[in-house]
Every structure is written in C-alpha cells, then in structure tokens.
Design a protein around this ligand. Structure first.
Ligand code: FES
Length: 140
C-alpha cells in the first residue's frame, strides 16, 4: 500500500528509498525500470519521457521540465495544479482515487469526473508504460 498525499517521493511501504541522484544513475545504467509516459500540452505539443518506477507522474513532468503541470504544493495533494486528463484508454488501468484526491479535484480547472486525475497521486510502475495524459488549458 502506498502513502497517500505525502510530501516528496511517494514510497511503497517497505520499499527502499532511492535518492533522486542515484535513481538517475540507475536509469543511465539501465538498472531501474522506467515507464514511457506521454504528456500532451493543451495546445497539442507532446512530450514522451521515461519516468522511473517509484516516482509520481507529476515528478516525471517536473524532472523533465514539461510545462503545464505546476505542482505548487510539491505533491502534498493540497493544490490541484498537477491536474491532467487521462487518456480514455488508461482511465480503468490506474489505481482508484483516494478521497483526498477526489476532494482536491473539485478545485481543479474544468475537471472531468471520468478522466481527471492529480498526477502527484499516480505512482509510476511498469504497468503504466505507455500512459498518456493531457494537461488542461490552465492550472488554478
Ligand atoms: S502537486 Fe499539489 S495536488 Fe498535486
């Protein structure tokens, strides 16, 4: 079970903590599993990046300087500025929303109950390889 709405790296209970610098080294060496995630800006510009397992989808955007995900609260599930629309092919493949995420989405810009998620609450795993998310017109 993962920790919901925690600061910093969401960590699986019992999983070893891997510092971000070590994580980048492991990715370069090919010893860390990554998922390819496509972030689509509101205007249609696509960014396809590899994000290490254990990071959140928000952290993948932040670490790759992808515009459109602001993440003002740093992943604490307290701002809704990491809001995205998940591609319909992926909505059923993601873990269910926790109550706190559901509540915070009420403050997002034009949320879509069927597709809106907070990227700080989606932890990257091998199962998310190929995930596609689209950023809203703006974050509020
Ligand atoms: S970063 Fe603030 S709610 Fe996700």
């Amino acid at each position: 079970m993962s920790q919901a709405c925690s600061f910093g790296v969401a960590k699986e209970a019992g999983a070893p903590y891997i510092a971000p610098v070590d994580r980048r080294k492991r990715i370069r060496k090919g010893t860390t599993h990554v998922a390819k995630i496509t972030y689509i800006e509101h205007g249609g510009t696509e960014h396809v990046v590899e994000v290490a397992n254990g990071l959140t989808v928000m952290e993948g955007a932040r670490d790759n300087n992808i515009p459109g995900i602001e993440a003002d609260c740093g992943g604490a599930c307290a701002c809704s500025t990491c809001h995205v629309y998940v591609d319909p092919a992926w909505t059923d493949k993601l873990p269910a929303k926790e109550d706190m995420e559901e509540d915070m989405l009420d403050f997002a810009y034009e949320p879509d109950p069927a597709r809106s998620r907070l990227t700080c609450q989606i932890k990257v795993t091998d199962a998310l390889d190929g995930l596609v998310v689209q950023m809203p017109e703006k974050q509020i």
